[in-house]
Design a binder for this molecule. Structure first.
Ligand code: KIV
Length: 271
């Protein structure tokens, strides 16, 4: 008799069912096989292979330098590990803006070379041609509005977005444009909670927030931030669930002491 338990994979359809019945969606980033395996086994709904890999994996100041090849490398590693969660891979800066044919070929490369379930991109009406062309190939697209880190040079700061009426109305209109185009969900980053709630109420597709308050349909955080591996980054929206930085440094310190003192390896740890 087979002892293998069938895993029911999370799909875009299941996410919309979750919104309908008011069940919140959990989403975290992952960029490598080992972490993605743990996050998936813990039962997360969505794993985002975010272009935040540029910051947390490669040590860049912004998300702009990461390339399509890098994202494919991370995406492929994550997909290999995941059995249940829906996997979404970010389209990096410069691979979809202003050129819908390029957008489609970037998205197709990601789909073919990583076997991910979906892609994510930043922007509203200004990237609509790209969104439409990617969707026309049958590739599920997740939108991203509010603070859009790929546009940091346009705004100059990572402060809260859409506090003023005009910017809030533009965000709502962009969210509707993305929903009408056929996006299956939208990430809203760093906006007033009241605006997050309004978008979630006015749209049928799931709205996943990061600093968008508690009245949206789900939450996403960067895994290195919520585990306390990154240390300098402390926005108000971040809840740290662990202090892994201290735990890792403590373990490494212990190892160094054992190596220096000759305590490691002991008799049982050698051949
Ligand atoms: O790249 C990323 O990690 C993201 C999240 C912040 C939503 O886009």
């Amino acid at each position: 008799m087979s002892v293998h338990k069938q895993v029911r994979k999370v799909t875009t359809h299941r996410l919309s069912e979750m919104k309908l019945r008011g069940e919140k969606i959990s989403m975290l980033t992952s960029y490598d096989f080992s972490m993605a395996q743990l996050v998936d086994q813990a039962g997360i709904d969505v794993i985002l292979v975010g272009d935040s890999a540029s910051n947390v994996m490669a040590g860049n100041q912004t998300t702009l330098p990461i390339t399509l090849d890098h994202m494919i490398y991370h995406g492929r590693s994550v997909v290999k590990a995941v059995k249940r969660a829906l996997v979404v891979v970010d389209l990096p800066f410069g691979t979809y803006q202003g050129n819908s044919k390029k957008a489609l070929s970037s998205a197709i490369r990601i789909m073919k070379e990583t076997a991910t379930d979906a892609v994510k991109l930043e922007g509203g009406s200004e990237v609509l041609d790209s969104v439409n062309r990617i969707l026309s190939a049958g590739i599920p697209v997740m939108g991203h509005l509010g603070l859009m880190p790929q546009s940091i040079n346009k705004f100059g700061t990572y402060s809260v977005r859409a506090k003023e009426e005009e910017e809030a109305e533009k965000l709502i209109s962009d969210a509707k444009v993305l929903e009408e185009a056929g996006c299956f969900a939208i990430v809203l980053e760093k906006i007033p909670a009241s605006l997050g709630e309004r978008v979630s109420k006015e749209l049928n597709i799931p709205i996943i927030g990061i600093g968008a308050g508690g009245k949206v349909d789900g939450q996403v955080l960067v895994i290195h931030d919520m585990l306390g591996i990154t240390q300098q980054f402390s926005p108000r929206f971040l809840r740290r669930y662990h202090n892994l930085a201290d735990e890792i440094k403590g373990a490494v310190n212990h190892y160094i002491t054992d190596v220096k003192s000759g305590d490691f390896p002991n008799d049982k740890e050698q051949y």
